[in-house]
Design a protein. Structure first.
Length: 184
């Protein structure tokens, strides 16, 4: 698969696609000169105040955060998945895999997971039937209503399979054993 990924430039294509989607989304969101000024003013807030409670409720701060961090962190997750694959440690399952991103932000982790497993299945359809059925279900835990709105709208805008909302706004409210029991 390493040669196939290199030959198809799948990682670069996925990153470029997400970058184009983000550009189109931000262009659609920033509709006026006032919006552009609000976005500009949100950039330093997203850069230096991202850990403050309520910061993502401010105008254009989730968009600014995505602009600053989404592509680099998407690349990191994709690279981590590929490193796991190269070491034969990538999670695989008869029914695909389930992932849970805690503190998802603008959902760059779930998007990278979705795209990576989609490329894995594409490879499987042409090279290795066992991988053709691989899929990834991505759930998130996110407390910020602003970030939830961002990834919901971004997922709709880009016609992605989600996430559209969090499994839970707080990790402490999750009973993972019960969720696993109910799913299987």
């Amino acid at each position: 698969m390493t040669a196939w990924l290199a030959k198809t430039t799948a990682r670069r294509e996925a990153l470029e696609s997400l970058g184009n989607q983000l550009l189109s989304f931000l262009t659609a969101r920033i509709k006026s000169p006032d919006d552009a000024l609000s976005f500009r003013d949100a950039l330093p807030i997203a850069l230096s105040h991202c850990s403050e409670s309520g910061v993502f409720e401010k105008a254009f701060v989730p968009e600014a955060y995505a602009h600053l961090h989404m592509l680099r962190r998407y690349w990191r997750v994709w690279s981590s998945l590929d490193a796991l694959r190269q070491e034969a440690l990538l999670p695989l399952g008869v029914h695909g895999v389930n992932s849970l991103d805690i503190g998802s932000g603008p959902a760059m982790g779930p998007y990278a997971i979705q795209d990576y497993y989609a490329k894995l299945a594409e490879y499987g359809r042409s090279q290795c039937r066992r991988l053709a059925a691989q899929s990834a279900t991505t759930d998130v835990v996110e407390a910020s209503p602003g970030m939830i709105r961002f990834f919901h709208h971004f997922s709709e805008f880009t016609r992605r399979p989600g996430p559209f909302g969090p499994m839970s706004p707080e990790f402490s409210h999750l009973d993972l054993q019960e969720l696993r029991r109910v799913q299987y």
